[in-house]
Design a protein around this ligand. Sequence first.
Ligand code: FMN
Length: 107
Amino acid sequence: MLIRLTYISTFNANITEADIDELTGKAAEFNKRHGISGILAVEGERVCQILEGPRPEVQTLFESIRRDPRHSGIVELDVSEIDQPHFEAWGMVRRPMVDIVTLAFSL
Ligand SMILES: Cc1cc2nc3c(=O)[nH]c(=O)nc-3n(C[C@H](O)[C@H](O)[C@H](O)COP(=O)(O)O)c2cc1C
């Protein structure tokens, strides 16, 4: 069973672009190993991430993400069962926020 989970959060003010690049690189490696894929959009301090993959793997990862002290104000917007993943098996990539808005109307 595959799910797609979407949430928003706010990075702590001390997080730099270099921190975000490092986080995305590590996330991509972990996600690929666990059959998870997704996109991360960061605009200012606001974050939106969509994760797709097997339900247990995505839920376990989201529990870690929820506990991550680098951000706060985590709000789960949607969890849906999906037949087909929309994203390729790239693990995690960064995309402009407008791409997430566009996806929200097309998925
Ligand atoms: C906004 C945000 C998005 C994240 N996305 C992922 C992700 O997609 N995959 C991942 O492995 N870690 C991601 N992380 C990092 C995890 O929160 C966590 O550091 C990582 O799973 C290691 O967890 P652990 O220290 O409990 O082992 C993200 C962190 C933040 C703040």
